[in-house]
Design a protein around this ligand. Structure first.
Ligand SMILES: *Cc1c(COP(=O)(O)O)cnc(C)c1O
Length: 357
């Protein structure tokens, strides 16, 4: 730390991204990336000619991308906001709808980034613990009386909140924005999109990083009623008007339009999730019912950290935590069929070595 960092930031604990090792060919199941490459249409769109136009700024309204998203979801481009990853959309949302005097209510176990952004922007986070079974205490969120942020399906549990409960929370906080982070909704669960007609305070945030195979392009978006979108635009244009670069914009448009490729990839991931879930249960793992592209699993007779380390030594990377609420589980991203076979092979070997069961 330098002598110059402002005092308010000296105690900030930044978000720690999952490992991105360069030194070994791991089976990488630790950051919920899509194991399949982007749509072939994306590769075609990013040609020499387009690279040759990088001397020009990108469209500061991101209109082509907003149009493509609007078409797929049956809304108007004015209902769509685009960000440099959904993390940036979350950041703009916190800036727009919370401050020192306007706290944010978030679940204790959820995407860790929410608490980090809140602290960065000096927003007091009101953290509500989940129920014993990792479900959301709906009543407490419905009575929050503040801006609310939660993920559905939740991370890292994968658990879905039924749409009627989402509606209860949105309806219970009519004077505040309720942000539903649908990063994983394409792998299961119901979207809150159908509620937008009735609730001006609903803000849905999504990403191209998981179901559209574009984590490296950094694209996220929000869908909401036009006044909420206009608020986000006000913040964005005061901070980073060219936040979507030319190449990512082209990639995003094609990834959104290639509905068939998207459906194929998500279906494969869902069926691999179900298969791996059954296999791990049969070996004695305890799993939540995940509707996302990952499993949240507690291994039998060895700690999550031991299982993580043994897998890593065998070339398979998963995610684990020191947080007491999470430390019994690992999170395993769903990869290709071959990658999941390898996970199961190494897992069986690890259990056999230790004579489990
Ligand atoms: C991965 C993830 C994001 C971040 O996605 P980016 O678009 O890559 O920034 C946001 N929310 C949740 C819940 C996620 O898991």
């Amino acid at each position: 730390m330098s002598d110059f960092l402002v005092p308010a930031l000296q105690g900030l604990a930044p978000y720690i991204p999952g490992e991105q090792p360069r030194n070994r060919d791991y089976v990488k199941l630790n950051t919920n990336e899509n194991p399949y490459p982007p749509s072939p249409r994306v590769l075609e769109a990013l040609n020499r000619e387009e690279v040759g136009r990088l001397n020009l700024y990108s469209d500061p309204t991101a209109l082509p991308l907003r149009r493509a998203i609007a078409e797929v979801y049956g809304v108007k481009p004015d209902n769509v906001f685009c960000g440099n990853g959904s993390d940036e959309v979350l950041g703009f949302s916190f800036l727009a709808f919370a401050d020192e005097k306007h706290p944010v209510t978030i679940p204790e176990v959820s995407y860790g980034f929410y608490q980090v952004v809140a602290r960065l922007f000096r927003v007091p986070p009101r953290v509500i613990p989940l129920n014993e079974d990792f479900t959301l205490p709906v009543g407490r969120f419905a009575e929050a009386g503040s801006t609310v942020v939660f993920a559905n399906p939740n991370a890292p549990t994968g658990i879905v909140l039924p749409l009627e409960d989402v509606e209860r929370i949105v309806k219970g906080n009519p004077e505040h924005v309720v942000l539903v982070d649908e990063a994983y909704v394409d792998f299961g669960g119901e979207s809150a999109l159908g509620l937008l007609d009735r609730y001006p305070n609903l803000l849905i945030v999504r990403t191209f990083s998981k179901s559209r195979s574009l984590a490296g392009a950094r694209l996220g978006y929000a869908i909401a009623n036009t006044p909420v979108i206009a608020d986000l635009e006000r913040v964005r244009n005061s901070f980073h008007p060219y936040n979507i670069n030319r190449l990512s914009m082209l990639a995003g448009v094609e990834a959104m339009r290639d509905v068939r490729y998207f459906a194929e990839c998500t279906q494969k991931i869902v069926s691999q999730r179900e298969e791996t879930s059954k296999e791990l249960s049969a070996l004695g793992f305890t799993l939540t019912q995940s509707a996302a592209n990952f499993l949240f699993a507690a291994p039998p007779a060895l700690t999550a950290r031991e299982y993580y380390a043994a897998l890593k030594a065998r070339g398979v990377l998963v995610r684990c935590w020191d947080d007491p609420k999470l430390k019994e589980h690992v999170r395993i991203s769903i990869g290709t069929r071959e990658q999941m076979r390898r996970l199961m092979l190494e897992t069986r070997a690890i259990l056999n070595e230790r004579k489990i069961p």
